[in-house]
Design a protein around this ligand. Structure first.
Ligand code: PEP
Ligand code: MN
Length: 355
């Protein structure tokens, strides 16, 4: 169910409707829009008696949402969601194409700083890096854990980049939430419903990657899990699916971008690194992702990819990343969007400079 408030409805009227919904044993999700507020209702097992709500002051109409996913859907909120990061002067879902770049895993302070400096100079406003790595082999490098998170927090202080890093379970999510700006939920966990609910109880934005064989519906339902718990700052990410093709690690499904945008107001970004698994395909697919309308890119960049502890063969050399930025900037412009320009001296926020 969805309650559409009148454009002149007051905050008190919105609050009164939410209280009434909660009294009925349901959950209210107010979604303010540019012209009016909509209130999504979840928790009903069957149709609810809407009469009482219909008549409340400020209510325009009560409508039935036909899709199984509700809060993610354009039926509930037509306007695009923009997730903002004021400290990094960045956003995801607005006109600027967001670029998240950095190594697959944080390996050391030196490695992280070397990567961060180069990606910040090239114009990225977000820094990625895994502290908890979901590896296929239990013997492979599993990440530095909390030490990796501390290094990333230092990177933020030094370069003003917003930090994106993965939580692999509820325990790591507690820590990721403390240090990072965006909680990444990886492809292998897209249907880990208890983890999705835990992320939904966080106040930090969530970057949700598509599962390796997830359909569009399954992907949107996973986002619905996060939102149903009250966290509406969800960013979707296409990272390739498993197919018979063996010239790439995964098949990057760029058609998912317009498919998502038709159904959902959530921003969607593309990961051409995991999506192809091959360094030489990352820049061409980045160009294509921006052309298809993605709201951002997440790209692996390593200062010395040949020595990387994970995903070296798909990680760009810093100069390749600079070239990628140059190319996607031109594609974005054609679509009336922008990609941040290179910066000679990556921002050192006042708080860090004062230390
Ligand atoms: C990652 O971004 O480092 C990662 C492990 O990605 P995915 O979950 O898409 O495999
Ligand atoms: Mn990786």
């Amino acid at each position: 169910m969805l309650i559409v408030m009148k454009s002149a409805a007051t905050e008190e009227q919105v609050r009164a409707v939410c209280e009434k919904v909660e009294k009925l044993g349901l959950r209210a999700h107010p979604m303010p829009g540019a012209t009016r507020t909509a209130i999504g209702i979840t928790g009903n097992k069957s149709d609810i008696e809407t009469g009482a709500l219909d008549e409340m002051p400020g209510v325009q109409e009560v409508i039935h949402v036909s899709k199984a996913y509700k809060l993610v859907s354009r039926e509930v909120k037509d306007e695009k969601t923009v997730v903002r990061f004021p400290a990094a002067d960045a956003s995801i879902g607005g006109t600027e194409v967001a670029v998240i770049a950095g190594p697959c895993a944080i390996e050391s302070r030196e490695q992280a700083f070397a990567a961060a400096e180069r990606v910040a100079r090239a114009g990225a406003k977000f820094f990625r890096g895994g502290a908890y790595k979901p590896r296929t082999s239990p013997y492979a490098f599993q990440g530095l854990g909390e030490e990796g998170l501390r290094i990333m927090a230092e990177v933020r202080d030094q370069f003003g980049l917003a930090i994106v890093t993965e939580a692999v379970d509820n325990e790591s999510l507690d820590l990721v939430e403390k240090y990072a700006d965006v909680i990444q939920i990886g492809a292998r966990n897209m249907q880990n419903y208890s983890l999705l609910k835990r992320a939904g109880r966080s106040r930090k934005p969530v970057l949700l990657k598509r599962g390796m064989s997830a359909t569009l519906d399954e992907f949107l339902m996973a986002a619905e899990y996060v939102m149903s718990e009250g966290n509406y700052q969800v960013i979707l990410c296409e990272r390739g699916v498993r197919t018979f093709a063996d010239h790439t690690r995964n098949t990057l499904d760029l058609s998912l971008v317009p498919a998502v945008q038709r159904l959902s107001h959530l921003p969607i970004i593309v990961d051409p690194s995991h999506g192809t698994g091959k360094r030489n395909k990352v820049t061409p697919l980045s160009r294509a992702a921006v052309a298809v309308g993605a709201d951002g890119l997440i790209v692996e960049v390593h200062p010395d990819p040949d020595k990387a502890l994970s995903d070296g063969i798909q990680s760009l050399y810093p100069e390749q990343f600079e070239q990628l930025m140059h190319e996607v900037r031109q594609i974005a412009a054609v679509l009336g969007r922008s990609v941040a320009g290179p910066v000679a001296h990556p921002a050192v926020p006042a708080t860090a400079a004062a230390r």
